[in-house]
Design a protein around this ligand. Structure first.
Ligand code: G3I
Length: 348
């Protein structure tokens, strides 16, 4: 995408940086493309955040050239830009059913590869990618969005898995296999990199339960063989919310995940509120109120939260731009939601 003409306006330099307000609580991140590393977008990024996630660049599809060979040229350039600006990097993503490379698990007739072949491809993809980026990243989303929405029988997490090429070719243990492959590389190199499971609709209690059961079983299996060590270090709550989101459901999911002894990341936060790129004053206030409720909850559990990452710098470049979901408007100016999270308890 192309950012709008926000390049022409000044950012508000007298605002208190979000990362400063929460410096004792968690890191503050944002999702970036190359366009965030120029001009006043870069200024706003650096002023308020200490961490980035590549919005698209580090997804599996982009790790290969047309011949199907590994090619990390674009990724390396983004990683270098982030490092040059002193920003930490979260890796997104190793295994996903979207923006991936079909040929890793499916043949040219659309049939699944043999389990053996697909498993070899999965391990090779994960290991090569983790090895390549090394400790340039502090954490990885190893598997993204593997669960169905609102699964009817969440205590059976395997039956709750979304249909995907990896599931078809390998079976439900593709998740555990992906984490083990990543962990092998990390341990061989002595790196300190946290491995995450990341998903949306995290406020849905059935989905949260299926995720809980999956992480519990995989971690228990691994701990039994490895002196109690965790395999999945963290759960990412994407946090793509809207004005009907009930923060009590967010709380229930978050506390359930924390009870597993893993850390929680808020990984892709945004709150849709308006329509057609317009936000009424009432919608802007309701949005601010939900942001305040969320940050109040995050502060309460800060001890277990590694980071809060917004999914986009400002409304006009959001993946949900029409519904104005972020803290900064099309001209990079702070919205009521920004002021709400400065002191969430006071705002509530
Ligand atoms: O790069 C091509 C460009 O060459 C082409 O001209 C253009 C035409 O449509 O498409 C460009 O690719 C787009 C890509 O973003 C890069 O801009 C894709 O069409 C578009 O579908 C893709 O959307 C991304 C989406 O993931 C894909 O599923 C969004 O930007 C990104 O915000 C979104 O992020 C996901 C997280 O990774 C996982 N969680 C949900 C979240 C929101 O959907």
């Amino acid at each position: 995408f192309e950012p709008t003409d926000s390049g022409a306006v000044e950012i508000e330099k007298d605002l208190t940086p979000i990362k400063e307000i929460y410096q004792d609580d968690f890191l503050i991140g944002n999702a970036v493309s190359d366009s965030e590393f120029e001009g006043n977008r870069l200024e706003l990024l650096k002023m308020h955040h200490n961490l980035i996630t590549a919005e698209n660049a580090m997804k599996p599809a982009y790790a290969y050239n047309e011949q199907g060979e590994f090619d990390f040229t674009a990724e390396d350039s983004l990683v270098q830009k982030a490092k040059d600006e002193g920003l930490l990097i979260h890796g997104h993503v190793l295994v996903w059913h979207q923006q991936s490379r079909e040929a890793l698990h499916t043949d040219e007739n659309g049939n699944p590869l043999s389990r053996e072949q697909a498993l070899e491809n999965l391990r090779n993809h994960v290991k090569t990618t983790v090895e390549h980026f090394g400790d340039s990243v502090i954490s990885w989303d190893v598997v993204n969005e593997a669960m169905n929405d609102n699964p009817p029988n969440p205590s059976d997490w395997k039956a709750s898995l979304r249909q995907s090429g990896w599931l078809e070719a390998i079976g439900p243990d593709y998740l555990e296999q992906a984490y083990r492959a990543a962990k092998e590389v990390i341990d061989e190199n002595g790196w300190d990199i946290q491995l995450y499971y990341n998903d949306y609709n995290d406020d849905n209690q059935n989905k949260a339960e299926a995720i809980y059961q999956m992480v519990k079983e995989i971690n228990e299996n691994y701990a039994a063989e490895n002196d109690g060590e965790l395999l999945i270090d963290g759960i990412g709550m994407q946090a793509h919310y809207n004005l009907n989101t009930n923060p009590e459901n967010v709380r229930r999911s978050m506390e359930k995940f924390i009870s597993l002894g893993v850390e929680v990341g808020v990984t892709e936060l945004d709150v849709t509120a308006g329509s057609d790129n317009e936000l009424t004053e009432q919608q802007a206030q309701a949005q601010a109120y939900l942001y305040a409720q969320l940050f109040s909850l995050y502060k309460e559990h800060a001890e277990h939260i590694s980071r809060v990452t917004f999914w986009g710098l400002n409304d006009s470049t959001s993946w949900r731009a029409a519904q104005s979901p972020l803290l900064f408007d099309e001209d990079l100016q702070a919205k009521p939601a920004y002021y709400a999270i400065m002191d969430p308890e006071k705002f509530i």
